[in-house]
Design a protein. Structure first.
Length: 300
């Protein structure tokens, strides 16, 4: 049992994605032909590991993670938006050995997210619904079982135990209801989203949720936003270990010129189950504006 928990805690290191999620438009669906595109990089450093049951473990390794992420949210029809996220990950476990230390590094594409969003705005309130599918771009799927010690050499056994995963390998379907409120005349807003996350291949289902608040401190130049969210699994004891976590994040958006901005975020995962806890930072550039001409518009 101890060996299984230890193995589980190691492979979980990339299950969450381990970094701030890309900024998203929230309940406001982009106008037809307009959109938001962001290219960002992030770094995560683990401060702890939570077991499958949510207990704090003390693994004999240090974990760090880098990622590059491309996110796009584009209005593809009136009241209809298309979202996509593609990450490239570099994760590393470092553990002490008699000769110094051993490093186990894995690189590759992570989970591809694709979503459709439909909604409308009534006065200062935006309402929308989102259907999001997740597809792993790697071949591994997390197992609760540790590799059998007698089946491998010590070197191969250590590699299998300590090599980080790029994700848990689950195909997910998430359904979200979103609401956003503009606090005009104050240059501020509040949003909330909640909905079930349906997971396949033996993983357990859960509830995804988030609340955000933001404001412009310098009109059209500098904004700050904070976010509290996560995933709460409905139950444990499924065929495959299933993550559950809370995340707190926040950071500035600085408008550089026209539709181009610089964005930065700091995030913290304080607790959960089958996840690594710790801090992450990200920074990137975004474009928010016209992507292609709106074919429904006519020149007057």
């Amino acid at each position: 049992m101890v060996r299984t928990l230890r193995y589980t805690s190691i492979v979980v290191l990339m299950v969450l994605g381990l970094g701030p999620r890309p900024a998203q438009a929230g309940p406001w669906v982009p106008e037809f032909g307009e959109g938001y595109i962001k290219l960002s990089g992030s770094h995560f450093n683990a401060t702890g590991v939570q077991s499958r049951s949510g207990d704090t473990l003390d693994p004999n390794y240090d974990y760090s993670h880098y990622a590059a992420r491309l996110y796009a949210d584009i209005g593809i029809a009136p009241h209809l938006g298309l979202e996509a996220t593609v990450p490239y990950l570099v994760s590393k476990n470092t553990r002490p050995t008699d000769d110094g230390e051993a490093q186990y590094i894995k690189r590759g594409l992570g989970d591809f997210d694709l979503a459709l969003q439909s909604g409308t705005t009534i006065g200062q309130v935006a309402l929308s619904g989102v259907v999001r599918a997740r597809f792993p771009l790697y071949s591994e799927t997390i197992s609760a079982e540790a590799p059998t010690p007698t089946a491998f050499t010590e070197e191969e056994l250590n590699r299998r135990r300590f090599l980080p995963a790029l994700g848990d390998g689950s195909n997910d379907l998430t359904l979200l209801a979103e609401v956003g409120v503009s606090l005009h005349p104050l240059p501020a807003w509040v949003t909330a989203s909640v909905g079930p996350k349906v997971r396949f291949q033996g993983f357990g289902n859960g509830l995804q949720y988030a609340v955000t608040a933001g404001a412009f401190l310098w009109p059209d130049r500098l904004a700050l936003q904070t976010r509290f969210g996560g995933i709460q699994r409905f139950a444990d004891g499924h065929e495959r270990p299933t993550k559950s976590y809370m995340q707190i994040s926040g950071g500035p958006l600085v408008r550089i010129v026209g539709p181009v901005s610089f964005e930065a975020t700091a995030s913290y995962i304080p607790t959960g189950a089958f996840v690594s806890t710790g801090w992450s930072v990200s920074a990137g550039f975004s474009y928010d504006g016209r992507i292609f001409p709106n074919p429904l518009q006519t020149d007057s």
